[in-house]
Design a protein around this ligand. Sequence first.
Ligand code: ADP
Ligand code: MG
Length: 234
Amino acid sequence: MSAIDYITEARKQGRAALDELAGKRLLASFGVSVPKSLVVQDATEAATACGNLKPPLVLKVVSPDILHKSDAGGVKVGLGNAHEVEEAVRAMMKRPAIEGARIDGFLLEEMAPAGLEVVVGGLRDPQFGPLVMVGLGGIFVEVLADVSFRICPIARLDAEEMLDELKGAALFRGARGRNPASREAIVDVLLKVGGENGLMMTHGEDIAEADINPLIVTESGAVAVDARFVLTKV
Ligand code: ADP
Ligand code: MG
């Protein structure tokens, strides 16, 4: 499917947002790396599907009713084998916040190597049109609001300046015994979201909000392990 098909399909189903798998496929169609993943409906199917993926694996609930999967007990990382995956699906189904929700299935995916967690987003300003943002993940974005914005389209130099502006920019070089994170890989993703031919410039009419949270960045690359796209109202 081409990028626009994921959006058309979601609209046809009357959805306000893309599910995580569609969101990741949309990102992949723009050249952003995403984990290898698939969607299953139950524990038995999950156990069988494991054979197509390389552990450790991550299991996530897919539901239009659940925005923050972790808060709902809907994310389980570090699953080592089919048995663990099967048990994790059964346990997840019983979580109070999940039991009562509309469930589209469970996303099973390969775990990205550990790295620095960064947030990349896109949104629409009524006055300026599409914007692109970057921030440092976790408490940096939630508590310290260490983020930087630009109006689309951005060029490579703009993306680099956005990273320079972050208060936590030293973290890219590796601080306190952490490994460095590739600025180049983040710049690349920023261009794919906010550049001339990026997502927001080519599909901004349809995308009210794009959120890659987190993008996991290592010395050698970056993987979008969570993707949320909210569609514009028609
Ligand atoms: P939510 O934001 O809805 O709670 P996420 O999909 O962002 O759920 O997952 C929560 C956290 O789990 C992420 O911030 C990340 O730290 C970790 N995580 C999720 N998917 C992966 C993955 N494929 N590889 C490595 N870590 C992951
Ligand atoms: Mg997330």
